[in-house]
Design a protein around this ligand. Structure first.
Ligand code: ADP
Ligand code: MG
Length: 142
């Protein structure tokens, strides 16, 4: 299996619930290496840009309101098979369908406010990383 990078975001609900430490602990214990991290509040337009793939969905306006509602923590993670393994760690989009012991099952309040984002392919991992981080902000490149 190849070493991959995925872009995680600890979403505004994770920050509000004071779960940054707990979620990062689980991520690190699962073997992911943190390559970059920052805290910021997305503007509505930035959230719309990040989730542009969902612009035709009925939940797009609510989702981008939520994602721009307060600080979030984008994190670049590296690991063998990072994309699939991270999606396994966080669980299904809807916390009611997420497997027991996953981050979303344990902490998410709803299908929208589901604590954490994870990229769905290596190509999107790269694209989403570039949305938040310059090359020189990723420790492996320093
Ligand atoms: P994932 O984050 O698991 O990859 P999607 O890419 O399908 O899920 O959706 C992006 C985000 O949009 C989800 O994480 C969630 O915050 C929100 N979302 C997805 N589906 C719904 C829905 N049916 N109703 C409300 N919000 C949704
Ligand atoms: Mg997705």
């Amino acid at each position: 299996m190849a070493i991959e990078r995925t872009l995680a975001i600890l979403k505004p609900d994770c920050v509000r619930k004071q779960k940054i430490g707990e979620v990062l602990r689980r991520i690190q214990e699962a073997g992911f290496e943190i390559q970059a991290m920052k805290m910021l509040t997305m503007s509505k337009a930035e959230a719309e840009g990040f989730y542009a793939v969902h612009e035709d969905k009925p939940f797009f306006d609510d989702l981008t309101d939520f994602m721009s509602s307060g600080p979030c923590v984008p994190v670049v993670l590296e690991k063998e098979n990072a994309i699939a393994d991270f999606r396994d760690l966080i669980g299904a989009t809807d916390p009611d369908e997420a497997a027991e012991g996953t981050i979303r099952s344990d902490f998410a309040g709803s299908i929208q406010e589901n604590i954490v984002h994870g990229s769905d392919s290596p190509a999107n991992g790269q694209k989403e990383t570039a949305y938040f981080f310059a090359e020189h902000e990723i420790v492996a490149n320093q």
